[in-house]
Design a protein around this ligand. Structure first.
Ligand code: HEM
Length: 144
């Protein structure tokens, strides 16, 4: 459950990043708006519950396998989860709501809307980077 969830979460985030980079390069504002809308949907309805499942399954393994909570790669997992959870709650979610309002009031092609979309996609890219870092630490288990 933990690894399948992580694959879905990180793989989904990377796919969205690739699609956003493609739309950015093509300078296609409609496509950018579509990707932002889809990212908001999967972020809230798929990545958030799957991320919670990854956390719970991880906690379950730590307890079942009697792993020390101070183990460096466990701490990295917990810190990584906390960072991505707080980024979603405090940054991505309010930004996505603002973009929704901008799309309705000013339209998808308005410079303000496009600027906000580019900003949210940049934060999402950093977020995926954090997840990739956690995967690397979980797999390689350095400093143990
Ligand atoms: C950002 C969230 C996380 C991601 C993306 C993630 C990803 C992964 C991946 C890909 C593995 C497979 C590594 C391997 O066995 O080679 C793994 C294993 C594991 N993870 Fe996580 N993880 C995350 C958070 C956590 C948390 C918060 C905990 C604990 C509270 C945790 C506990 C574990 C444990 C116990 C294993 C099994 C390691 C083993 O027995 O070799 N993970 N994780």
């Amino acid at each position: 459950m933990h690894v399948t969830g992580a694959v879905l979460w990180v793989g989904g985030g990377l796919t969205l990043t690739i699609l956003a980079l493609r739309a950015e390069r093509a300078r296609d504002p409609q496509e950018m708006a579509t990707i932002a809308r889809q990212a908001a949907f999967v972020g809230e309805r798929v990545f958030a519950p799957v991320g919670l499942l990854v956390l719970l399954a991880g906690i379950g393994m730590v307890v079942n396998l009697n792993i020390d909570w101070s183990t460096s790669w466990i701490v990295a997992g917990l810190v990584g989860y906390a960072i991505t959870f707080l980024t979603g709650l405090l940054v991505l979610s309010p930004m996505a709501k603002r973009i929704g309002t901008l799309m309705e009031t000013k339209g998808a092609e308005a410079p303000e809307t496009q600027e906000a979309i580019q900003r949210i996609l940049l934060v999402a890219r950093v977020d995926v980077g954090v997840l990739l870092l956690v995967v690397a630490v979980m797999v390689l288990k350095p400093f143990t």
